[in-house]
Ligand binder design. Structure first.
Ligand code: DAT
Ligand code: MG
Length: 143
């Protein structure tokens, strides 16, 4: 998901480009203005953290672009592309390492496990909004 700061800063195209160019497949995409209930649900694992209310306010602060990304080891690959949670620690070449500085403005969210991906996809998408298709370059991306 491109978070509100990523949308406000015009980073949506850049982030989608990186995902597409890597060879990962976009199977769902939309714009949402996250409400309170959705924000709490999305970040419920952090409900007891001191930064929880700031995090909820941040994700609610403007439109976001949630996406469902598919591909071999997509979760691991995307988490590497996103970089460390604190952008100051994120490697140059990662999305966070290239485009942001502050942990409270780290421009993207990425699911960290199949279980969290399943849960997070169900928050933002209906089954009917996910596309089952073959990308024309798949035989060039995979041996
Ligand atoms: P990630 O977004 O890399 O999966 P996370 O799930 O640990 O990281 O935390 C969710 C978000 O919460 C993170 O993107 C930014 C915020 N956050 C995490 N740790 C924080 C901290 N120590 N101080 C402030 N915000 C924090
Ligand atoms: Mg997380």
């Amino acid at each position: 998901m491109v978070k509100p700061d990523g949308v406000q800063r015009g980073m949506v195209g850049e982030i989608i480009s990186r995902i597409e160019q890597r060879g990962l497949k976009i199977v769902g995409l939309k714009a949402v203005w996250v409400d309170d209930k959705t924000a709490m649900e999305h970040y419920k694992e952090h409900a007891n953290k001191p930064f929880f209310s700031d995090l909820v306010n941040y994700i609610k602060s403007g439109p976001s672009i949630p996406m469902v990304i598919e591909g071999r080891d997509a979760i691991t690959i995307l988490r590497k592309m996103v970089g460390a949670t604190n952008p100051e620690e994120a490697q140059v070449g990662t999305i966070r390492g290239d485009f942001c500085i502050d942990v409270g403005r780290n421009i993207v969210h990425a699911s960290d496990s199949p279980e969290s991906a399943k849960m997070e996809i169900s928050i933002y998408f209906d089954e009917s909004e996910l596309m089952d298709y073959t990308r024309i370059d798949e035989k060039w991306v995979f041996e």
